[in-house]
Design a protein. Structure first.
Length: 441
């Protein structure tokens, strides 16, 4: 019997640690046979104890390779030239990719057969095998990152007195029955790679930024941090109807909450691009990656029909009472604007879903701004009259005349100097101010 290495044959004189790589490579590809007791050049050396050799390999496979590969291996003792060798037949596995447990689902842990050698698989090949085995549902696929922690998730579950152990993780789909974390686990872990970017703009366009921030970590942490970011900027304004004072925030809290949850639960996580929240003077826009699920129209969504893209993620949020039921979010957003004269809008493209919440207090804010401008104009007139009356005046003269603080007075003087209406005369304790035309005279 002649022995020669090939794409489906590997020769080993003794049992060594590298045998794991060969077995993984065969299981990830078309299968193959590993002969123990044969040198690379085909020389048969044999093994002293075939049973012990087979047991060592079996234990190695069971303890060091994931997922469980033992059912795809067959051991046979063969007599060649009065010597015994062990033939290990490896079938292609059904839960590819297989990998060295300590290395994880990374190139250094996943091997494939390339010619006569077993080599590390690329990330692209690993993703392909995962998708081929686990299907098209992103959240159900095994995560490439397995070193995950769940501090934010544990806190969220603990606050609701819900257990969050290994058994619960398997039930929810955060990990497989073999203890491998899924992409759902990655999303809820502190190592989540998907982020939300938020920005506040001056006015109604993106010409000028006032603030911007990127939120990362577990989806639970992003949920809390982003809500606080928006809530801080969701101002309260007051109006009066006869003797009754009415307080109203810029955006209904229910609408903000539901729009944010929609952003988290329904986005397409197969894409690494961030989702966006844009805050303008007149509106907030929640833009999520991923359009409508196939077969669902915008009219369906507005009617309350919901086909969830991430069913297991939605189930976790449902168990935590963050969402009540599928399809209720859009209805709640619409109801929160009932009777206000304004309506939220939804915009959809092939790859994006946008919810636009209008600012309920926009008219009130404009009135407040006009009032501020009017007040500022009146103060400037007081400064001009004071200068005409006294010729030159000090900051304390102006503070007393307007009954305002030192800071407000200093700001007013600075504005009028910059606008060219008054000029400073003298320095230090002798500092005084006068009208510019008086200075020219």
């Amino acid at each position: 019997m002649n022995f020669q290495e090939s794409e489906t044959v590997e020769l080993k004189s003794i049992v060594v640690d590298d045998i794991k790589k060969e077995i993984i490579a065969f299981a990830n590809c078309e299968g193959g046979i590993l002969y123990i007791g044969v040198q690379d050049d085909g020389t048969v050396l044999g093994v002293d104890d075939p049973d012990e050799t087979a047991l060592r390999i079996s234990n190695m496979v069971r303890d060091a390779i994931k997922p469980d590969l033992t059912m795809f291996l067959h051991y046979e003792t063969i007599d060649v030239d009065e010597k015994k060798i062990v033939a290990v037949s490896v079938q292609q596995g059904t839960e590819r990719p297989y990998y060295i447990a300590k290395k994880g689902l990374r190139p250094e842990g996943v091997y494939v057969r390339q010619g006569y050698s077993s080599v590390p698989a690329t990330n692209t090949v690993i993703r392909y095998m995962i998708k081929e085995t686990d299907g098209d549902h992103f959240e159900e696929r095994r995560s490439l990152e397995q070193n995950l922690t769940f501090e934010a998730a544990e806190k969220e579950f603990s606050e609701r007195d819900i257990l969050f152990g290994t058994a619960q993780m398997k039930t929810l789909g955060i990990m497989t029955q073999d203890g491998v974390y899924t992409n759902l686990g990655l999303l809820l872990s502190d190592q989540c790679v998907h982020t939300i970017k938020a920005a506040v703009f001056e006015g109604t366009t993106q010409n000028e930024f006032k603030d911007r921030k990127e939120f990362s970590g577990s989806l639970f942490r992003q949920m809390e941090d982003v809500y606080e970011y928006i809530d801080f900027r969701n101002q309260m304004h007051s109006t009066f109807q006869k003797l009754r004072r009415i307080d109203q925030r810029d955006y209904p809290e229910t609408a903000v909450r539901e729009a944010l949850l929609n952003l988290l639960v329904h986005r397409e996580y197969s894409f690494r691009a961030s989702t966006f929240i844009s805050i303008y003077t007149d509106r907030i826009e929640f833009t999520s990656i991923g359009g409508l699920v196939n077969g669902v129209t915008l009219k369906d969504v507005l009617m309350g029909i919901s086909v969830c893209r991430n069913v297991k993620l939605a189930n976790v949020f449902y168990r935590l009472e963050l969402i009540e039921a599928y399809g209720t979010g859009m209805r709640k957003i619409q109801e929160s604007y009932a009777g206000t004269g304004k309506e939220p809008k939804i915009e959809v493209s092939d790859n994006a879903f946008k919810i636009v919440l209008p600012n309920l207090n926009l008219c009130t804010q404009q009135k407040d701004l006009n009032m501020e401008n009017t007040t500022e104009s009146l103060r400037e007139n007081v400064v001009i009259n004071l200068a005409k009356e006294l010729g030159t005046f000090t900051r304390k003269d102006l503070e007393k005349r307007l009954d305002i603080s030192q800071t407000s007075c200093g700001r007013l003087i600075k504005q009028m100097i910059e606008s060219g209406e008054i000029v400073q005369v003298g320095k230090g304790r002798s500092t005084r101010y006068q009208l510019v035309r008086q200075n020219k005279m």
